[in-house]
Structure formats: C-alpha cells, structure tokens
Design a protein around this ligand. Structure first.
Ligand SMILES: *Cc1c(COP(=O)(O)O)cnc(C)c1O
Length: 461
C-alpha cells in the first residue's frame, strides 16, 4: 500500500515512511492510494474474532511493509494495557448502543490510537537505528494519552507542555505522575495557545527540529486514523446478527479524526447507514453539513473541552474525496479559506455531504440534561463529550435505525460537568483515584521560548 498527500506534492511512500512523516512534507495530509474493500461475506466471517485479531485483519493491508507476525505482536502489546478484555466493549442502554472507548490507561479514546502509535514508533526507530524527541502541547487529554503511549520506550523522549493550573487537577496529575526517565512534563505559566505557539515555533526552527529529530503526535498521523477504523468494525459485529444490517454511528467530533475513521470503514465496505457528526457550541462542521456554511468563528470554551476546535485538521482528508481527489482544487479552496475564512461548495458536493453525514450541534444545557436523564432513567453515566453524541443521535431524524454512540471518555475524567448534571461527583475508577498520593515530576517554567528550547535541548535523547 502506498500513501499520497492530499496536496499532491509528494511521491507515493509506504506505510512505515508515512508513519514517520506524520504531516506530509508538502503541508498536506497522507492518505492511502486506495482502500481494501471487504465483502459482506468476509466481514461476516470475522464474528468470532477478538479485538486484536480483528485489528490485524483490518490494519495489515494498510501496513504491508511490516511482517504480519511483527504487526500482530505490536497490536497485542498495544491493547494489553486496556482493562477490559473486549478492549472497546459495547453496552446497550435502553436500546441505544454505547461503544465504550475509554478502557485504556488514560480513560479516553485517544489511547486506542496512541498506544499503537507509540509501539510502532519504537519498532521503526529500532529498525532504523534512529531516535526521536516528541514535543507537543496539550490542554489536557492528548498529552496524557501520548505520554502513556511512549512511556518507558527505547529511543524516544517526550516533552509535553501544558498550561500550569489551567487543566483539570486530574488531567495534570495523569501526566505528571508518569515518572519514567523518558517523560518530561513542562507546566508553563501561560495559556494553552501560548504553549501551542511555542511548540509550533520549535517545529518551525528547522535546524533545531532536524538536529533533535523532533516528532509530533497530533491527530494528523495516518496510523492514528487507521487504529480507530477497527472499533467501527468491532462494534458493528457486536450489535448485528446479519450482514445486511446498516447502522448509524454518532461521533462527538473535534478534529474530525474519529469520524473520519468511520468514513474509512464505510469506504471499506462496512454497512454504515450514516455518520452523525455531533458538535458542541463550536459548530463549524455542523453548519457546513447542514447548510454548506464553512466559515470560522472564535473558539468558545465548553464543558466538552476536547471538542473545542474551530478548524478541524483532519477535515482536509474528507475534502480531498469530496473534491474527487483533485489536489489543485483542494489547494485553491484552502487558500480561499485562509484568505477569507470561508469555503464554498457546489450543490453536487452538498448532495454528497448529505449522503455521508447528518449533524447537530448540542449546547451546554442539552448536554447536562442528557447526562442527567441517562443517570436518572438508566443509571448510566455519560461523560459530556459522549452526551453530545447521544443527544445528536436522539435528535436525528433517521427513523427506526440502530444507533451506536461512541463514548469517548470516562465520566470521572470530567467530574465537574457530571456533578453539575447529576448533583454527584462520579466515583473515580482505579487508576484515577489516589493519583495525588503518587510521586510526580514536572518542570514549572515561564512562557520563555528560549528557556524551554534550552530545556528540551538539554534533555533530548
Ligand atoms: C479528542 C476527543 C474528541 C474529539 O475527537 P476528534 O478525533 O478530534 O474528532 C472527543 N471526545 C474526547 C473525550 C476526546 O478526547
């Protein structure tokens, strides 16, 4: 399998190089040249497979430059850190299927992809006799999932900047209590945007980037999307008993990575009737799907903070297909968007969008009411991100479809919102409780780029 850039500016490369490249060198996003297509009979024959066995079936055709037995052991190792033997179990609450994606080490769905990416990085660095220094900024969730993805791994150091005192206490502890020698937490006396800007500046410092082999873990890495395709198949197999059954998936969306994985699953033959793109008050993608209005606003903080994004970086992957794989057209549209803050679509394109997605934007009151209702009527706790997806599914006019709602975080991770909704703080699961008693390690620094760069330089592998 070869990979190309959405912007058409690179020679096709294979999986291993695509993973190491991350963002395409022409500024675009990497995509496979084609998709394997699985017949209904083939999918049907997978009903008895474990999550790991299914992952191997789905990932192998995309990663055909890694020997199958190596890939198998990478997958097995990646999911051995999950506490549920099903990895991503489906529970049914009053007829609605909830796909629980939060049984990994940091209690959010990003573990599904980042556990695998960490192991693939380690495998490829060893093979290439190279080292990597991962540098990233986080407002909470991604940082801890990335740290858990690479803690203790050979030839990788990780530096994560977070805004000091501005993440939730649990989120900060999840990161700073990882004391493996290759993990460096930097709490910056500044905002998340300041942290992110300093990381961008470091990646823009080409000499520094090359000298220290800086690597990124943001959601544009193709391997992350690929890992997420697996659970769409897994959940579909769990809730259907015949191959003709079409399912609607509802996906709380921020950077469009998770829902794009669903789109890929559909292209590969999984019977998906529709993907519901659920947003919070940051609803540019909902406006786009419902009325073709793709125009930026400013990010507003919400109770589902991991979805507080205006311009979703993975959306470019979908646009590439919407524009019939025409990179020139895509580049022109992106240039128009960056000049005017808007992008326009033809009637034919909007027809296609309507076939792929339906969408709604769910506000704070609706989110809290949904959490409260599920607790009261079904004694099931939703986290605020998951509640956005559940509410969007309930509001959709897709008739008597079967719905699978993706549960992207454990409710205890967002205890304040859950308490606002239900009056009770959720019980902390093992792994989140007692974090404050553990040893922790963190560098507190001012927003001084030169000082932070010097710190990374001193500790780089
Ligand atoms: C990252 C995240 C999302 C959004 O996922 P995208 O792939 O960015 O669309 C939703 N919920 C939670 C809990 C997250 O951490």
């Amino acid at each position: 399998m070869k990979y190309i850039s959405t912007r058409g500016g690179i020679e096709p490369i294979r999986f291993k190089d695509a993973v190491m490249m991350g963002l395409a060198t022409d500024g675009g996003l990497l995509l496979p040249e084609s998709y394997p297509s699985f017949s209904r009979e083939t999918i049907e024959s997978w009903r008895s497979l474990s999550y790991q066995q299914l992952a191997l079936k789905i990932i192998a055709p995309f990663a055909d430059d890694i020997p199958l037995s190596d890939l198998e052991s990478l997958i097995n190792r990646s999911y051995s850190t999950f506490t549920d033997s099903e990895i991503t179990p489906v529970v049914t609450v009053d007829g609605l299927h909830v796909l629980e994606l939060f049984h990994g080490p940091t209690f959010a769905f990003k573990d599904v992809a980042l556990q695998l990416l960490g192991n693939i990085f380690e495998y490829l660095l060893k093979e290439r006799k190279e080292k990597m220094n991962i540098v990233g900024a986080t407002s909470g969730d991604t940082g801890s999932a990335a740290i858990y993805g690479v803690r203790g791994k050979d030839n990788i150091n990780i530096f994560i900047l977070h805004p000091h005192g501005r993440t939730s206490a649990i989120q900060a502890l999840q990161m700073t209590t990882v004391t493996d020698p290759n993990v460096f937490n930097i709490a910056v006396n500044a905002t998340f945007d300041d942290c992110q800007n300093m990381v961008k500046q470091m990646f823009g410092d080409i000499d520094f980037k090359t000298k220290h082999s800086l690597g990124a873990v943001n959601s544009i890495n193709w391997a992350r999307v690929l890992a997420q395709v697996v659970y769409y198949f897994y959940a579909w197999l769990k809730v259907t008993d015949t191959s003709s059954k079409e399912i609607v998936f509802s996906v709380p969306t921020g950077n469009f990575g998770d829902i794009f994985a669903g789109y890929v699953a559909k292209r590969m033959g999984l019977p998906i009737k529709k993907l519901i793109l659920a947003t919070n008050e940051n609803n540019i993608l909902t406006r786009m799907v419902n009325s073709g209005d793709y125009s930026t606003g400013t990010v507003v903080p919400t109770i589902s903070p991991s979805m507080d994004i205006q311009v979703a970086s993975n959306f470019e992957r979908y646009l590439f297909y919407l524009f019939n794989e025409d990179s020139t057209k895509l580049k022109n549209a992106l240039a128009e968007f960056s000049a005017t803050g808007k992008m326009n679509f033809t009637a034919t394109e909007m027809e296609q969008v309507e076939k792929d997605f339906s969408s709604s934007s769910v506000n704070r009151e609706e989110t809290l009411a949904t959490i409260a209702e599920f607790k009261k009527s079904h004694d099931y706790l939703l986290d605020p991100h998951t509640a956005v997806g559940v509410k969007a599914a309930m509001d959709s006019n897709l008739g008597n479809s079967d719905f699978i709602c993706l549960a992207t975080a454990h409710p205890a991770k967002f205890g304040d919102a859950v308490k606002d909704a239900t009056g009770e703080e959720p019980l902390l699961p093992q792994g989140l409780s007692g974090l404050d008693l553990l040893e922790s390690r963190c560098e507190i620094m001012d927003a001084d780029y030169a000082a932070i760069r010097a710190f990374v330089e001193a500790k780089a592998i």
